[in-house]
Design a protein around this ligand. Structure first.
Ligand SMILES: NC(=O)c1ccc[n+]([C@@H]2O[C@H](COP(=O)([O-])OP(=O)(O)OC[C@H]3O[C@@H](n4cnc5c(N)ncnc54)[C@H](O)[C@@H]3O)[C@@H](O)[C@H]2O)c1
Length: 173
């Protein structure tokens, strides 16, 4: 029996890069994977590469409606979602004195609001078995980087709790 047999994972931003590698690794370990991304062509190609163990769904992590549709599609294909990998993320370079408010908000919407909406959707829909969640993937420490102003709130909102703690905290347990 493979280590992740029976697990169903949604990987946001899984069309390419680190998310696609996560998808390959989880499938190799026995999981079913739902790749969610705004890149439809790349996402479909990555899912096709993984065969019956993966599907692609169009998912814009900043949209509650998009999350609801993605979780429904995952449920229909593989059953209840048990793992959420909040991998989707965007970068925007520029110091605080030049960054446009709209650009800051665009980055925050993907990097911070997106993971929150994903966790909320899994905890409030008919997805009865959310047992583990992954906090946002980030690497900028509290000291930050002056050219990555819009990326910092993500790191500030990511104190890397254990996955199960995220679920319990979100449920108020
Ligand atoms: N590459 C690195 O060195 C590095 C280091 C630290 C953290 N990270 C983080 O790891 C994650 C993946 O990095 P990567 O290098 O593979 O980046 P990438 O740009 O190759 O992949 C990010 C994916 O997120 C998707 N995405 C963007 N906006 C989205 C949205 N609104 N809804 C759904 N998907 C959306 C993109 O389409 C893309 O497929 C990111 O969150 C990034 O911030 C990367």
């Amino acid at each position: 029996m493979a280590r992740l047999d029976g697990k169903v994972a949604i990987i946001t931003g899984g069309a390419r890069g680190m998310g696609a590698e996560d998808a390959r690794r989880l499938v190799a370990e026995g999981a079913k994977v739902v790749i969610g991304d705004v890149l439809d062509v790349e996402g479909a190609a990555t899912a096709a590469e993984l065969g019956d163990a993966a599907i692609f769904v169009h998912l814009d992590v900043t949209s509650e409606e998009s999350w609801a549709a993605a979780v429904e599609a995952a449920h229909a294909a593989f059953g209840p979602v048990t793992v959420l990998v909040n991998n989707a993320g965007v970068l925007s370079y520029g110091p605080v004195d030049t960054i446009a408010k709209a650009e800051f908000e665009r980055v925050a919407a993907v990097n911070m609001t997106g993971p929150m909406l994903g966790m909320k959707t899994l905890l409030t829909t008919s997805n009865e078995a959310s047992e583990a969640m992954c906090p946002p993937c980030s690497s900028i420490g509290p000291d930050g980087a002056s050219e990555l102003v819009s990326f910092h709130p993500r790191r500030a909102g990511d104190d890397r709790p254990e996955p199960r703690q995220v679920t319990r905290a979100a449920k108020g347990g």
